[in-house]
Design a protein around this ligand. Structure first.
Ligand code: CTP
Length: 395
């Protein structure tokens, strides 16, 4: 519930993407937000207020003179209670009116009367989007401090292809969630590893481990939400990169090492979350091993480079953070790894507390001591870790 207690006014304007706003209401509500929908008259031609009312559990406002507001001040009352106003879809006409400070319906009046941030997700035909008038209006809104979400490019309802599609509801949800996260890593470059590595035995077989990549991906997302530019060098995992995170896909520890070392000098912070195989197969077969090849296959192992230790050893290198997944003696092992790799911070967890699942229990070890974090979803722990890193680098 990443938006617990947040009050969001969702403005819906006239456009075919209004049907996607229904899903956005549901997603925002699922994350704990209280959603108050306000529609323009144009929007009611695409989706009825009843749809949003059912999904938000609140009456929908379309009219500035709505008799349900005893003081006839809907525009003031609704926007003053809000933590932000999100307009999705935002039509070209709405953007024009908002850019010029017009207040000729409930939504534009609320936008003008607001004392909270405004986020808009434009949605329109590509010619309308590219029109200099729209571009001028969007530039003006951005200059006024409005957050512009998208638009995306792709196939449009009119059959044309180009920029002007509204972002998907999930993308808008992520942008709204990120909007509320303090930007403690603004302007920082974060380089990370996550997931398992895969060390080939032959073209179809290999040595890997049970790391799901969830913790690393949660940290990448939290760092991005905190304002960092994030590059995630990732072993094979079964999900997409977090929004706004630049992912570099690798398979083996050697590849991961190469991709990390090529970027490490430019990074401010390096976070090694990957479960890197300590050994690779020295005699990997070019062709698939066959049972008939004779005898038991002999697999010889050689040690992989230690990515984290190598980054930590760079002169003027990034601030380094490691992870230690242990099955016992967490503090002793984690501290020993921190000293051996000469890193300022390591996050330790017991495998039985977190491997593969959504929740985890982390203990942070740094020069100032031991900081146990309460058991929580990985997204929450990731945010706490990012805040801890931000504190240490500005200390
Ligand atoms: N790490 C790395 N490169 C390696 C091995 C590990 O960057 N070749 C990083 C991991 O991403 C993690 C930390 O180092 O941040 C884990 O330390 P390590 O001592 O290598 O952990 P284990 O491999 O689990 O060690 P051991 O098997 O001895 O417990």
């Amino acid at each position: 519930m990443e938006l617990q207690g947040k009050r969001i006014v969702l403005g819906v304007t006239g456009g075919i993407a209004a049907y996607k706003a229904a899903e956005l209401v549901r997603l925002l509500g699922k994350q704990g937000a209280e959603v108050q929908v306000a529609m323009t008259e144009g929007a009611t031609h695409f989706v009825t207020p009843t749809t949003y009312q059912a999904l938000s559990g609140r009456p929908v406002f379309t009219d500035q003179w709505d008799a349900r507001m005893p003081n006839a001040m809907a525009h003031i009352d609704l926007s003053r209670q809000a933590d932000c106003i999100v307009v999705a879809p935002a039509s070209a006409d709405f953007l024009a009116r908002a850019a010029h400070g017009l207040a000729d319906d409930l939504l534009t009046t609320m936008v003008l009367a607001r004392d909270c941030p405004l986020l808009v997700a434009p949605a329109m035909n590509r010619q309308m989007w590219e029109n200099p008038a729209t571009q001028r209006n969007v530039a003006q809104l951005a200059a006024d401090g409005v957050t512009i979400l998208g638009p995306a490019s792709g196939e449009q309802a009119c059959g044309e292809v180009g920029a002007g599609r509204m972002l998907e509801p999930e993308e808008i949800l992520e942008a709204v969630t990120a909007f509320f996260v303090p930007k403690v890593l603004a302007g920082r470059k974060v380089l990370m590893t996550a997931g398992p590595t895969f060390e080939a035995i032959d073209p179809v077989r290999g040595i890997t481990n049970l790391s799901s990549g969830r913790m690393g991906y949660a940290v990448a997302r939290a760092a991005r939400q905190a304002g960092a530019a994030v590059t995630l060098v990732s072993g094979p995992v079964g999900f997409d990169a977090p929004q706004g995170v630049d992912r570099v896909n690798v398979r083996s520890a050697l590849d991961m090492h190469g991709e990390v070392m090529a970027r490490a000098a430019a990074a401010d912070i390096f976070i090694g979350v990957a479960a890197v195989a300590d050994y690779r197969v020295a005699n990997a077969a070019e062709h698939k091993l066959k049972k008939d090849d004779g005898g038991l296959p002999q697999i010889a192992l050689i040690e992989n480079p230690d990515i984290l230790a190598d980054v930590a050893a760079l002169p003027n290198g990034p601030f380094c953070v490691g992870f230690a997944a242990e099955s016992r003696n967490l503090e002793a092992y984690a501290q020993a790894k921190r000293r051996k790799k000469k890193i300022p911070l390591i996050a330790g967890n017991l495998i039985q507390d977190g491997f593969g699942g959504d929740d985890n229990r982390l203990v942070l070890f740094d020069d100032r001591g031991t900081h146990p974090l309460a058991p929580a979803p990985k997204s929450v722990l990731a945010r706490q870790l990012v805040e801890h890193i931000a504190q240490l680098i500005t200390y």
